[in-house]
Structure formats: C-alpha cells, structure tokens
Design a protein around this ligand. Structure first.
Ligand SMILES: CC(=O)N[C@H]1[C@@H](OP(=O)(O)OP(=O)(O)OC[C@H]2O[C@@H](n3ccc(=O)[nH]c3=O)[C@H](O)[C@@H]2O)O[C@H](CO)[C@@H](O)[C@@H]1O[C@H](C)C(=O)N[C@@H](C)C(=O)N[C@H](CCC(=O)O)C(=O)O
Ligand SMILES: Nc1ncnc2c1ncn2[C@@H]1O[C@H](COP(=O)(O)OP(=O)(O)OP(=O)(O)O)[C@@H](O)[C@H]1O
Length: 489
C-alpha cells in the first residue's frame, strides 16, 4: 500500500523523506516491525516508544510517526503528529480499509454489566441466524475462534485488524466492550459505532482516572462517536446526566430501567435462586422475559440488550427467545459446586458495587450463612486504599464471614493489601480470617462451611490465572473447588 494512502486524513508535518513509498504493515512495538513497515512511536506508561526508533529502523521500518522533536538518522520517512495514539488509530483504519463502515458496531461502556450484556446480545443475534463478533474481557470471538486479549479493549491497530477479520468472515455485526481507559487513549478513535450503550458508573479504576467526574467524562466520549442509537440506563445517576446531555443529538436516545420512567422498562419481576422472570414493555408492546441468571443486575443487563435488539428491528418474540437461550455466563454467579449441604458460587465481582450486588442477590435464597472469599486486586496509591476500605465495608455488612485473601497482587505489597482489608472489616465489626494463599483460603471456607451455607468466591470469575509479581500462575477456581470437594470424600 502507498504511504500516502496509509496516512490519508492524518494531520502531520513531514520532517523528512519521501511520502510516495510502498509500505506493507504498521507496528507500535519495535519488536514487531518488518522490512518496509511503518512504526508509530507511542509514549507508554512504563517506557517511551520513541526510545525504540533506532531498533525499528534496524528491523527495516520505512516510515516513522512521532509526536516528539527527535533527531532520526538514516534513510527513512519521518512524520510528526500531535498525538501518536490518535495517529495510530487513523493509519490503522486506513490500512484495513475502514472496516467499521462495513459493519454494524455496538459499543458497551459502564463499570459493570458489559460482558453479560454482550452475551445476551450475541444470543439474540445468533438465535435469529445473524452472526456477530465479540470483543471484550473474555476475549475476541469470531465464529468458533476465541482469541485471548491483553486488554478488554485492545489497542487501535489490533482492533482495526480484528474488525477487518470480522468483515472477511462475513460478520455484519460486532458487539464490543469499550473501557474508559481505551476511550482516553484513543484506542477506539476512527471506529464508527452505530450504537452506544451505557450500563452504570460506580467507583473503579480511580487509579487511572483520579475522580468519578473524570471517569464519567472518559465513558461519555463513546456517545460523541455514535451514529444511530444511544441506549442509556435511566436508573443510574450518571446515566441520567448522560440522558440530559444527549437530548437533541442526531442519534436516537433510548432509555431503559426499572425505577425511573424509561422507553424500555420492566415490571412484575419475580426473582428465583437461579433465574428471574419479568415483563418488558417497549413502544411496540410487552412480552414476558426469562433470564437464567439471578438478581436485579441481570434484569438491567438484559434490558440493555433488549433495547439494543429492539433498535435493530428484532421482534419481541425473537428477543425473548434469545435472552432465554443464555444458560449462564462463565464466572457470573456461576454455581461451580452444589450438593444437598453446600452451594459454591464463583463471581467476577471486583468492585464495591458489584460485590454488594452479588451478596444481596444471593442473600434471599441462602438458608444458612454466606461465607465470602475475596481479595482486592492490586491498585496502588490512595485510590487503592479507598477501594480496600470500601470492599471491606461491603464484606462486613453483607457477608456473615469473610476469608480475606489475594487477588492478582502483581508487584504490590500483598501483606499490606490484606492488612488494610482486615482493618476495614474490623472497623465494621465483621467476622473474618485472613489467609494469603487463595487456594488455602478456598479450602478453609469449604472446611468451615456448615449445612445450608453458601460460599461466594468473588473477584476472578472466568479468569484462569493469578498474577503474582510478574508471573501469571494458572488458577482455575471451578477446578480447585472440585478438587478440594473430591479430596473430602
Ligand atoms: C497502563 C496501560 O494502559 N498500559 C497499556 C500500555 O502499556 P504501556 O504504556 O505500559 O507500554 P510500554 O511497555 O510503556 O510501552 C510503550 C510503547 O513502547 C513500545 N515498545 C516497548 C518495548 C520495546 O522493546 N519496543 C517498543 O516499541 C510498546 O509497544 C508501546 O507502544 O499499552 C499497551 C499496548 O496497548 C497495553 O497493553 C497496556 O495495557 C496494560 C496491559 C494494562 O493493564 N492496561 C489496563 C490498565 C487497561 O487498559 N485496562 C482497560 C480495562 C479497564 C476496565 O476493566 O474497564 C482495558 O481496556 O483493558
Ligand atoms: N448491572 C450491574 N450492576 C452492578 N454489578 C453488576 C452488573 N452486572 C454485573 N455486575 C457484577 O459485576 C461483575 C462483572 O460483570 P460483567 O463482567 O458483566 O461486567 P464488565 O462491565 O464486563 O466488567 P469488567 O470491565 O470489569 O470486565 C459480575 O460478576 C457481577 O458481580
């Protein structure tokens, strides 16, 4: 491809070299540069990509895109741009022929509920014979292929390549989770979103965003990029701010909720231990919905999917059928073991709000105690301390007994994290035991459980590893539970 085509619509200053050259690839990591490739130098969090320009040239880069004034030797074309992450998104979209213009792209943002909403939508689309790709926490799904992602929302170059793969596989639709971090870092720039969904906003990732206001503004950026529909949770405080802000926009606003007035709303909700039944009301009529997951959170997540499917012209019967076809979602209130005495549930709750929701969803159906096994993933600084305090308070108030343990401590002081959680539980008179090793913590919870107790293992959900230092250690909670229960016999 000609470099001039790759840099179409890019705002740049030509520092040196020729623009009329053939290039064959783009990379933002010098180690991935090949002969006649383009290298885009990104200023990273741990290192500055500009440091690797010589390495990129050694590997054969024909063109370099930079954002800093930097002297570069050699016969190479150099372009300077104001923001290399934005430039990366632009050249990637050009290189892959703007794939999002050839597909129906649905973006979901919000603190919690993105993954589950994705799965409800996938089911509705697939039950009606429409293939749909997924990009999110669980990975990238194209047909039968599941590819693990480093990030919930991958870097723009990887993202555009994935969209192009979807178009090549004849996928007309894609639903993706859009993290606030990705919106701030321009990972989704130059992607055209037909629909944007906002689920909710509660404290999380404040180590990246500092304040809730900043966190909200990052999420809100998605709705400046949508062309057709904005689907917003009217029961969420931040959702209502967004609703006010989006009035009068060209893309259509559709709200959903249970408590506040909304275009798509639920009534006659009946909660059961493993499913929920309710009636959904839409401008085109009402229908009974069965969700095979317990609790109000899955009423909300299914409503988000219903509102989106409604905009995509699915019938109410197709929608109801699609939601009911979701048997459960990996690591989302997943019952990994049950016998006549005990029930053991794994859930991905790793924020104070989701932990409270998980515990209060289980409570009405627990005949005995709720024993909670949890930790707080490594988040440094003041926001990390606040998170530990808040999660400890939820554990003390909503669980009968907590086993405090590790959750991806990475390179942080794990003993300090656990000590701070314990202090938080003591401050609220909670009952606890601290056991650093997560496997031992699970075994302990099982050992102390009595007839009718429910054990909730929170934080890792579908994940199958634990990150200690820089090492990723295999850690599959469902398997561990089965192993421990097996050894008991
Ligand atoms: C803090 C953060 O955002 N880090 C992301 C960032 O890494 P980084 O800036 O540290 O990269 P770096 O190592 O400093 O390297 C800077 C640049 O130099 C380049 N480099 C580096 C070494 C070399 O030899 N040659 C070279 O060219 C790198 O390729 C990169 O372009 O850029 C990488 C490439 O895009 C990301 O994978 C990485 O995400 C890490 C894994 C991460 O944990 N990110 C989290 C915070 C995140 O993004 N989370 C959100 C989800 C949040 C949610 O749950 O809502 C997400 O969307 O995943
Ligand atoms: N609507 C909701 N409100 C609050 N908590 C929720 C909601 N939906 C799910 N949760 C809780 O949050 C956890 C994560 O849910 P889910 O994976 O759907 O969210 P997510 O937005 O994809 O999260 P992440 O970005 O961290 O991957 C669930 O295991 C559950 O405990």
């Amino acid at each position: 491809m000609l470099l001039t085509a790759v840099i179409k619509d890019l705002h740049y200053t030509l520092v040196k070299g020729d623009l009329h050259i053939e290039v064959n690839s783009i990379a933002y990591d010098s180690r991935e540069v090949v002969e006649n490739g383009v290298f885009v130098a990104i200023t990273g969090f741990s290192v500055d990509g500009h440091r690797y320009i010589d390495r990129a040239i050694e590997q054969g880069a024909a063109a370099i895109i930079v954002e800093k004034d930097i002297h570069i030797d050699g016969e190479v074309t150099v372009l300077k741009v104001p923001d290399t992450r934005e430039a990366l998104a632009q050249v990637a979209a050009n290189f892959y022929h703007n794939p999002t213009e050839q597909m129906n792209l649905i973006g979901i943002t919000g603190t919690n509920g993105k993954t589950s909403t994705t799965y409800f939508l996938k089911s509705i689309f697939e039950e009606t014979g429409n293939s749909i790709g997924i990009i999110g926490t669980i990975g990238t799904v194209i047909g039968d292929k599941v590819i693990k992602n480093k990030n919930t929302t991958p870097e723009s170059l990887n993202l555009q390549q994935t969209f192009a793969d979807m178009v090549d596989s004849d996928m007309k639709h894609c639903v993706m989770e859009v993290s606030s971090h990705a919106l701030n870092l321009n990972r989704v720039a130059h992607a055209r979103f037909n629909t944007g969904i906002f689920t909710n906003l509660t404290p999380d990732h404040l180590e990246l965003h500092n304040t809730m206001a900043e966190y909200f503004e990052a999420k809100a950026k998605l709705f400046d990029m949508t062309t057709d529909y904005n689907i917003i949770n009217a029961d969420d405080e931040y959702g209502r701010i967004l609703i006010n802000r989006l009035q009068g926009r060209e893309s259509r606003l559709l709200t959903y909720g249970i408590e506040h007035e909304a275009d798509i709303n639920a009534s006659d909700i009946h909660y059961f231990a493993d499913h929920t039944v309710y009636t959904v009301h839409t401008p085109k009529g009402s229908i009974e919905i069965k969700v095979n997951l317990p609790g109000a959170i899955y009423v909300y997540n299914s409503l988000a999917a219903i509102a989106t499917a409604y905009c995509n012209q699915f019938s109410l019967q197709q929608i109801a059928h699609g939601i009911a076809a979701v048997e459960g979602i990996k690591g989302r209130l997943e019952v990994v073991y049950q016998d006549e005495d005990t029930k053991i549930i794994v859930d991905f709750a790793h924020t104070e709000d989701s932990l409270e929701k998980a515990l209060t969803t289980i409570r009405p159906f627990a005949k005995g105690r709720i024993i909670l096994v949890f930790g707080v993933y490594a988040a440094d600084g003041e926001s990390g301390r606040e998170k530990r305090k808040a999660m400890a308070e939820v554990a003390a108030k909503f669980a009968d007994f907590s086993v405090v343990t590790s959750d991806n401590p990475k390179e942080q002081d794990n003993n300090l994290i656990i000590r701070e959680i314990v202090e938080g539980i003591e401050a609220h008179n909670g009952n606890y035991e601290a056991i650093v090793d997560r496997r031992d913590a699970i075994a302990f919870a099982i050992e102390i459980s009595r007839k009718d107790d429910v054990i909730l293992i929170a934080g890792k959900g579908h994940e199958t590893s634990q990150i200690v230092g820089k090492t990723e250690i295999p850690f599959n909670e469902a398997e561990i539970v089965r192993e421990i229960k097996g050894n008991e016999r």
